[in-house]
Design a protein around this ligand. Structure first.
Ligand code: WT7
Length: 667
């Protein structure tokens, strides 16, 4: 549904045949007894949260410290003439206070972050007291550089403790952070700086990942040459590797010099519950990435509550979410959720399989990790090495496993369960989105019997529903577009600077409902099975990519006339990027040109957008009104050429035969 392609039936297409008779993994009686919530309690709390959301959230809103208690709980309209989402709106609080100050008395000397470098042996740790001091200093440093409440601070950092310090320091003074994943190109960084009017960029000399360095500071310099950037006043640079970097005296400032000069005392500013907390750009089916805006009070309540319940988090446990802070998972489950709960977290600078394929398991043993939360793409990459991925490790500290970011195929689920968790640890498969702030559909470990591949049931306060393409609600078992019928505290409030786009994207396809862009199936037990995106968004290694974005990068190449991008099933990445390209007349297709085009996209957007496959396509399948029929292109890319469906509405059906003949075999 929901896309530019009006002529297409874009409702979810596939159900996984592997799912037709799923295995059931019941909750162990021991865990049901020990955990915060068993099945009965889940049902009772869920019911209460739906019947009386005001009362439910009035109670659970108390889980964070408020400077001024809220009296209002939920003030929400999903009406597309007036979408307005407010939670706890007259309360005041501060995120960094909740993540730091309030733990000092009882947990000041507890480790907040164990940091594990890219190379084994490189490590640091920081207690809550030390983190509080670092954050306070850096908050003062930001002020000294002219950052005021409401200013936007761009963060383009590797996975170092200072990335969390920068985030928390922003929240301490009411600045809005906008993290740009350090794998994005200067071009992509520039676009996000322009859109958000950021005043400062925080970066590092270099980032280190998988044995390779990335010239982050040089990327920032290049981004800032963009003629439309007029707002950046300072670049703060954290020294990670000590590499020689270009320096602009009037603009660049060293992190460590600022920290030395700054006072370790900084009062946390009293912020309104609905004051902006951060912007995070995410791809959609059309146009440039959207700056999804999250606000203060509701986000923190929902992030911390989900962290505690999903992972049945117990005081003193070590929690490791290996996401990068450049994505929402890193915001919610590396930093805000766990730190708000006073947890000890692991932060890993590198990648799961460097320098050896048992790296994840080694880190688990080293820090006695109790809860491990990683993406299916990482699981599949490790699974390719089977027992080697756990060689020489015991993983006996592990109690729970989690996954997020894309549907997990049952084979990967079983491997994770058996080989990593030795059959002992439940797997929480958490479905959510940048826009939802935190998990929405997910098992609770003490409450939910698991079915591999299903994200199972809604979290408290979440009202998922399935609708057909006309917006009719489907009851009982069935399949359709996944929507959410009412608001929850962690919901994004708007698209930064473009509320109309927020309304258009999420609230117009189906009146009065939040449209997720995903398709799902609901089985006879009420369990949800996410079937994937129903719009022109693809999920590559758990990263969301708009096909339109890649297409626009392609056509910016001087030899390209037109391009159509689709996803295809990929063993490790979940989906790979398949590009059909029509070249300018007179340009001959060659392997060199294809390689050049791949490099081009990599430079324009970043390595994660690099096409896996490029097919020369002298003609694309278009309707008579000129719309590309992606459904056909998806089928051809997936090798399902026998089931293309109706092609009679094409302006020139013969292009399809040509495309099939030229199809690139996917290895
Ligand atoms: C899209 C959101 C959630 C944080 C990371 C991604 C897909 C996410 C699952 C899951 C099936 C999933 C959906 C969703 N997705 N989690 N457990 N099972 N699909 O955030 O970049 O905003 O992407 O990721 O398609 O819409 P994001």
């Amino acid at each position: 549904m929901l896309t530019s392609d009006k002529n297409e039936q874009t409702a979810p297409e596939k159900t996984n045949p592997e799912n037709s008779k799923p295995m059931l993994f019941p909750v162990s009686p021991k865990l049901a007894a020990e955990a915060m919530v068993d099945d009965e309690k889940y049902r009772q709390m869920y019911q209460q949260s739906i019947v009386n959301p005001q009362g439910f959230w009035r109670e659970h809103g108390q889980r964070i410290d408020w400077f001024t208690p809220f009296t209002k709980v939920k003030n929400v309209s999903f009406d597309d003439h007036h979408v307005d989402i407010k939670w706890f709106k007259d309360g005041t609080t501060n995120v960094s206070h909740n993540c730091l100050d309030r733990h000092l008395e009882t947990k000041g000397d507890q480790v907040a972050i164990y940091w594990e470098g890219d190379e084994p042996g490189e490590q640091r740790e920081i207690t809550y007291r030390e983190l509080h001091e670092e954050v306070s200093r850096f908050a003062n440093a930001l002020k000294s550089q002219g950052v005021r409440q409401g200013d936007v601070v761009a963060i383009y950092m590797p996975m170092v403790i200072e990335a969390a310090v920068a985030m928390l320091a922003c929240t301490r003074i009411g600045a809005i952070h906008s993290i740009v994943f350090a794998g994005f190109s200067p071009e992509a960084l520039a676009g996000r700086i322009i859109d958000s009017n950021a005043k400062i960029v925080i970066t590092a000399d270099e980032g280190v990942r998988g044995g390779r360095t990335t010239a982050l500071k040089a990327n920032v310099d290049e981004a800032l040459t963009h003629p439309d950037i007029r707002t950046i006043e300072k670049v703060i640079v954290y020294r990670r590797t000590g590499a020689d970097i270009p320096w602009h005296n009037h603009r660049d400032v060293w992190w460590h010099e600022l920290q030395q000069l700054s006072s370790p005392h900084c009062q946390a500013r009293e912020m309104g519950a609905e004051d902006p907390l951060f912007i995070l750009y995410t791809s959609g089916s059309t146009g440039k990435p959207k700056g999804v805006l999250h606000t203060t009070g509701g986000y923190l309540v929902y992030a911390s509550m989900t962290h505690e319940y999903l992972f049945d988090y117990r005081d003193g446990e070590v929690f490791w979410c290996n996401a990068d802070v450049g994505w929402i998972t890193g915001h919610t489950y590396v930093v805000y959720g766990p730190l708000c709960n006073g947890a000890t977290i692991v932060m890993h600078e590198g990648v799961p399989n460097y320098p050896s394929v048992n790296r994840v398991s080694q880190i688990v043993d080293k820090y006695n990790v109790n809860i491990l939360y990683i993406a299916p793409t990482a699981i599949r990459a490790l699974m390719a090495h089977d027992k080697q991925a756990v060689e020489g490790t015991s993983r006996k500290s592990l109690r729970l496993l989690g996954t997020v970011g894309e549907p997990i195929n049952p084979q990967a689920w079983h491997w994770y369960h058996q080989t990593v968790g030795e059959g002992r640890c439940p797997i929480v498969d958490t479905w959510w989105q940048t826009e939802t702030g935190a998990a929405m559909i997910t098992p609770l470990p003490g409450a939910t019997a698991l079915k591999p591949g299903s994200a199972t049931r809604p979290f408290f306060g979440v009202m998922p529903a399935l609708v057909d393409n006309m917006g009719n609600i489907i009851d009982g078992p069935g399949e359709g577009n996944l929507v959410i019928l009412d608001s929850w505290p962690g919901q994004a409030r708007t698209v930064y600077g473009d509320h109309e786009r927020f309304v258009q994207t999420y609230f117009t396809s189906f009146k009065g409902m939040y449209t997720t862009g995903d398709g799902a199936r609901r089985d006879e037990d009420g369990y949800y099975w996410i079937t994937g995106r129903v719009d022109d968004v693809i999920n590559v290694s758990g990263h969301r990519m708009g096909t339109a974005e890649i297409e626009s990068a392609m056509v910016a190449h001087h030899q390209v006339a037109e391009a159509a991008v689709v996803g295809y099933p990929h063993d490790i990445k979940g989906q790979g990027i398949y590009v059909y390209v029509t070249l300018n007349s007179g340009v001959d297709y060659s392997f060199d040109l294809a390689a050049d085009l791949k490099k081009w996209v990599r430079q324009e957007i970043g390595p994660i957008a690099t096409p896996d496959i490029i097919q020369n396509a002298p003609g694309l399948p278009k309707t008579r009104s000129g719309k590309i029929m992606r459904r056909i292109l998806r089928k051809i890319a997936a090798g399902e050429c026998d089931s293309l469906g109706d092609t009679s509405t094409l302006a020139d059906p013969s292009v399809v035969d040509q495309l099939i003949a030229d199809r690139v075999e996917v290895s």
